[in-house]
Unconditional design. Sequence first.
Length: 393
Amino acid sequence: MEELALLAETAGAKVVERLIQKREALDPANYIGKGKIEELSALVDRHSSEMVIFNDELSPSQIRNLDQLIEAKVIDRTNLILDIFARRALSKEGKLQVELAQMQYLLPRLIGLGNQLSRLGGGIGTRGPGETQLEVDRRVIRKRINDLKKEISSLRKHRALHRQRRKRNRQNIVSLVGYTNAGKSTLLNALTGADLYTEDKLFATLDPTVRRGNLNGGKEVLFTDTVGFIEKLPKQLITAFQATLEELVAADVLLHLVDLSHPEYLRQIEIVRSHLAAIDPEYYGHEILVFNKIDLVDAISEKAFLRREFPSAAFISALTGEGIGSLKENITDYLNNQRCNLKLYLPYSEGKLYSELQQYGDVQSVISRPDHLEIIAAVDPELAKKLDPYIAS
Ligand SMILES: Nc1nc2c(ncn2[C@@H]2O[C@H](COP(=O)(O)OP(=O)(O)OP(=O)(O)O)[C@@H](O)[C@H]2O)c(=O)[nH]1
Ligand SMILES: [Mg+2]
């Protein structure tokens, strides 16, 4: 509820009351019970509230029923988060992705919205024979969803070219992930000297950003910052941002940033991990846990507990810079351990493996011998397994 209040304020609302109901099960028709609705109506009346926000995604019929029972606009957590995303999206791709999510939220909730939507399609004159207004509205929205998907995927093709170029340059990618407001953008600024927008509000960042930075010893890597996670992140947003999120998880290492000053930080770790696992079941292997905002917590016993529970975690303050040097060492160690250097005698018949090696490995030299290629390359453990029969040393 605390978080819902923050979300509401981020969206520009002023919170006047909070109401909680304990029930064995949700009311299927109205989400909350009859008595609670009366209590809620009285509160709405007393404050002349304009809006009631539910901390969950309501079914289309629940919204409709509640809308009739309560003298205020009824919205749910999903709708609120979509609204915040719509305000915050700046890039073309981000805006299209948010609109796609909004349309997907809207489609099953069209009943009862009356004539509002027909304007999208021009209203009179666009209706096919025998179609009702509702069918027209649905058709307009479905078409918009298809158009949005097409537009997003054509933008992505363009981006894919940039990615290939990066692979060829053999640059490691380090992605910052974490709960919203954990300090990802602040850390990106500290690591790269960038000047990204940071704010003590939820979802300050939506659009992915990539910046060059140096590790200790001068090795150059690419750091990426993107949208944060939250509990009950709307599934429509996950679908719309799927490609962006997959790209995020596909980095060489994820820095999982945790706001140590947040009372629920342990739960937030679990929430972020479950989102990441849903995007890519294999992500666990490549995460460095980073406890941030240590300047705010004076908890020596807490730190002892954390060092025991999370022995390889880093402790930093992105704001003061404390611990950033040793975080860079963590990253360097991690990347060095991840790839192994191999000398290979690869038969000419292994064309497919060779192209895989060129695409994903770090090929240092190739010499053509009479019956094989002599290759020196650094590869990840997975590729090393495949190449095992051809390892010379
Ligand atoms: N005291 C303190 N504040 C920090 C630290 N790191 C970040 N902050 C503050 O925390 C707030 C959120 O930081 P951001 O960098 O915007 O967080 P984010 O993870 O990018 O958040 P979203 O983009 O909204 O998901 C800002 O007000 C920062 O100044 C830190 O180490 N110490
Ligand atoms: Mg940010």
